[in-house]
Design a protein around this ligand. Structure first.
Ligand code: IPE
Ligand code: IPE
Ligand code: MG
Length: 234
């Protein structure tokens, strides 16, 4: 049902806090529900033939939230990474993480690396999880790598181009997103994949992430297939 042109969907999973508030629950209860919905949506994306799904789970700026919320999120992550990926793995999904790993606790990083290792040869959908991710930080890190290569005389200024720059980002080897979906009604990008979404189609929905469904995903995909992507051409 999906057109070939839709290989990669990126999602900003926003609205867990407001969902929890509307139900008189804690913000972390909202994150827990949001994490469950991610598994359902990843499964749905596999079923409709999406090759790459990249989800924004925690931004570099989210470290500024209260200690209570951050430590609740990290505990949720520990539990989540330990036991939730069996079905995706059975369906041959490849799991990757992008972001500033050094800011995460080492036991969490160990679990992330284990999942990446276990799924590295899988041939199904690639699920990229952006954790402690910030796009400006990613771009600055790439610029630093270039500076090091140049100072060692491994490259000259003429070797720097868009293709080589892309390969130095966390998303090296992953095609750019065709479609970005943000839930919860906020109309902004919040430091997500700034380089990679230069020509992505954007879709904003008011649905809060914990209420997002496979049916809505399919509706958005249908909307996408009706759009004309021009890439600057007349
Ligand atoms: C998204 O939901 C999850 C994270 C950013 C970790 P929020 O926690 O931002 O939910 P709102 O925006 O406060 O409703
Ligand atoms: C973006 O949501 C990050 C994630 C969904 C993980 P935020 O809720 O952090 O974004 P802002 O602060 O509203 O821009
Ligand atoms: Mg938010």
């Amino acid at each position: 049902m999906t057109e070939k042109a839709l290989k990669h969907i990126a999602i900003i999973m926003d609205g867990n806090g407001r969902w929890a508030k509307s139900k008189h629950l804690s913000r972390n209860a909202g994150h827990k529900k949001g994490a469950q919905v991610l598994l359902e949506i990843a499964k749905a994306a596999q079923q409709i033939g999406i090759e790459y799904l990249t989800v924004y789970a925690f931004s570099t700026e989210n470290w500024k939230r209260s200690d209570e919320e951050v430590s609740g999120l990290m505990d949720l992550l520990r539990e989540y990474l330990s036991k939730n990926f069996d079905e995706l793995k059975e369906n041959d999904a490849k799991i990757l993480f992008i972001g500033e790993r050094y800011m995460l606790d080492s036991d969490i990083v160990a679990k992330m690396e284990e999942l990446e290792q276990q799924t590295r040869n899988n041939q199904g959908m690639t699920l990229q999880i952006a954790l402690s991710y910030g796009s400006r930080q990613e771009i600055v890190a790439a610029a630093k790598k270039i500076a090091v290569l140049a100072s060692k005389k491994d490259i000259t200024a003429d070797d720097i181009n868009e293709k080589m720059f892309s390969k130095l980002l966390y998303t090296a080897n992953i095609p750019d997103p065709d479609l970005v979906i943000r839930t919860s009604g906020e109309l902004r990008i919040s430091n997500y994949l700034l380089w990679q979404i230069a020509y992505s189609e954007l879709f904003f929905t008011k649905t809060l992430w914990p209420d997002f469904t496979k049916e809505e995903l399919i509706n958005i995909v249908e909307n996408f297939t009706k759009r004309e992507r021009r890439y600057g051409k007349a």
